[in-house]
Design a protein around this ligand. Structure first.
Ligand code: ADP
Ligand code: MG
Length: 310
């Protein structure tokens, strides 16, 4: 029996930032991933400390695996949420409705059944899956890092940060602009090897989030089982995609949509894009073909353009 686990800590590679003008760099391990901050500004150290504290508190509150977290209380119906926390849950629920349930923040029992949180992998029976789908236990794993990026932006605004490039475990949050007005260059990781498939030019404050079949998976009898589940089946989403990258001003939306579009696949994802006006996306098919929506500047690869008009 062949088993392998691959947890890629960084799914987007950062490029194009000379170290010369970096004023502050910080790395931390949080939310089960490595995070890397590059911050320019006079009060960068305090901003970074504040962001690290906020991220650690957020991880504790919203831990799906802990019996004592706020999320555990939410499962039990005993949670006493602050206004901010209640707003987060309301936004998450709205994103689930908006995506027709493709983004489903209450699949933790199913995720656990497959063994993803503990690396104790198991291919469940349909009976087991059906029972786990009914549990409806909360899991913000597909959205929390994006929301965290948004909260980091609020902190950086308070600390007069000039500009920053944050890598929250593959979720990229840009902040501000380079003094010469040139864009941030964000490499999109190839799902097939350790290189990049192309580079996005990003202007200003933006969230760039990727969901991929290579981020967390195990293999059994030649089949790859990965951590993004189709809520309709309780099995890894089999949509013909290897990754989806979403670019959106709102971090939470970017993160939830990257997972949802991965579940939907190219065709349904294209329709969803055409009905929306708040994000852009890059779809990489399992065949290696690349599709990018018309509002993006993507260089370094061949791709087909998805336009807003049908
Ligand atoms: P990552 O967190 O690895 O960057 P995603 O943002 O796509 O990738 O989130 C995947 C995680 O979200 C899974 O590990 C699981 O906890 C949870 N999840 C899996 N499938 C779904 C789904 N369809 N909707 C919402 N959450 C999901
Ligand atoms: Mg996501």
């Amino acid at each position: 029996m062949k088993r392998a686990i691959c947890l890629i800590l960084t799914c987007l590679l950062l490029c194009g930032c000379g170290a010369k003008d970096t004023t502050f760099n910080r790395t931390l391990f949080c939310m089960d991933t490595m995070m890397d901050f590059r911050i320019w500004g006079s009060d960068s150290t305090n901003a970074a400390n504040k962001m690290a504290d906020m991220l650690e508190a957020m991880e504790e509150d919203w831990s799906a695996s802990s019996d004592t977290s706020l999320l555990a209380a939410l499962n039990d119906g005993t949670a006493d949420l602050t206004q901010e926390q209640a707003e987060l849950i309301a936004q998450v629920e709205a994103l689930s409705v908006r995506t027709g349930g493709a983004f489903d923040p209450r699949l933790y029992a199913v995720t656990e059944l497959w063994g993803f949180p503990t690396d104790d992998f198991h291919v469940p029976t349909q009976e087991e899956i059906d029972a786990a789908l009914l549990e409806r236990r909360w899991d913000l794993g597909a959205a929390l890092k994006g929301y965290a990026g948004e909260r980091c932006v609020q902190i950086m605004e308070r600390y007069d940060v000039e500009r920053a490039l944050l890598d929250l475990g593959g979720n990229i949050q840009t902040y501000g602009s380079k003094p010469d007005g040139s864009p941030w260059n964000i490499g999109i990781r190839s799902p097939f090897d350790s290189g990049t498939i192309g580079t996005l030019s990003i202007t200003g404050t933006m969230s760039i989030v990727t969901s991929g079949d290579y981020q967390r998976y195990f293999e059994l009898d030649g089949q790859r089982y990965y951590h993004i589940l189709d809520p309709k089946t309780g099995r890894p989403a089999d949509s013909g995609l290897s990754s989806v990258t979403v670019v959106c001003e709102d971090g939470l939306t970017a993160d939830a949509l990257s997972t949802a579009l991965f579940v939907m696949g190219l065709e349904e994802g294209t329709r969803f894009y055409q009905e929306s006006d708040d994000f852009e996306a890059v779809f990489i098919l399992t065949t290696g073909e690349v599709y990018a929506t018309e509002g993006l500047t993507l260089t370094g690869c061949e791709f087909q353009v998805i336009s807003h008009e049908n």
